[in-house]
Design a protein around this ligand. Sequence first.
Ligand code: G3I
Length: 321
Amino acid sequence: METLKDKYAPYFKIGTAFENYDLVNADLIKTQFNSMTCANAMKFGCLTEKPGEYEFKYADELVKFAKDNNMAIHGHNYVWHNQTPDYIFENTSAEELIETLKNHVRILKDHFGELDSFDAVNEAIEDKSEQYLRDTKWKRILGDDYVSKVFRAIHEVVPNTQLFYNDYNESFPEKREKIVRLLKEMLADGVPVYGMGLQSHISIYGPDLDEIKRSIEAYAALGLRLRISELDVSMYLNNNDKDPEVKMPNPELMKKQADYYGELFKIYRSYADHIDAVTFWGVTDKDSWLNYFPIPGRRNYPLLFDDNGQPKEAFYSVMNF
Ligand code: G3I
């Protein structure tokens, strides 16, 4: 059977973000995907909890797997408001925090070698309308131009790594405008931003496909390379709503999902010149983060492979064109 990575080889890489326990699906991963993102293992707080102490065993296992199977490795992430050790922010000046970050980037470089691409900054834009940047410890200590500062600092240490800005709700017009503003200002200042990661945690109910096209165009128009970086298509209306329980899996909704995935990939193919990779956030429905968020234990079915690793209807609509 033809696989995702082979079918899409003329267009872009097909990635998956996974955890060590996902290696029970090693055969599926290596046959279908040619790019790997650690879903957690390379995050600052997953590598170090105490000054000077790094634990690489989880990331190492995933990196070895990717290398053994000729998968590209996309790093996720250096700077985020989440999953970051508290100690780096304690009693520190802006200069010291930048040094701490550079040291972290250097430690990863010495350990893994320089990776091809990395999410330098994750989710810096605020969702609330009236606010531009999210209020984070990074911003409080480094100032309002902290995103530029950290891109520059990271680039000094890993000059050959393609640095991405990565965010969610990136196709909502209001947030998109803010992201575009940030990226435009950075590019005008000569900040070494290479690309934009469109997380794409979306749902069978939207965003509207035209909005997705508009977003790809808006980010590509900045001259940036794009990654669809965390794709999943939830079965529920809104991540933040307590949607009424739907009996799942529901054939009608699975069909709707397959149709949506089909249309989505048609769009991605049409912008393939701008897109380096399309990465799914997970491997099978069984272990998707959406089974725990926003409602713990509410089953979701957002990916192309079912609980047993078998291709779903959505897989075939992505493959049949
Ligand atoms: O490792 C601990 C474990 O020791 C403990 O027993 C268990 C109890 O809750 O928690 C485990 O940590 C969890 C971790 O995932 C590893 O599974 C955390 O509680 C949980 O909060 C964490 O969630 C991750 C989330 O980022 C954190 O914000 C998800 O797995 C991960 O998929 C998700 O990924 C993010 C991207 O990085 C950025 N974009 C959004 C995306 C989805 O939220």
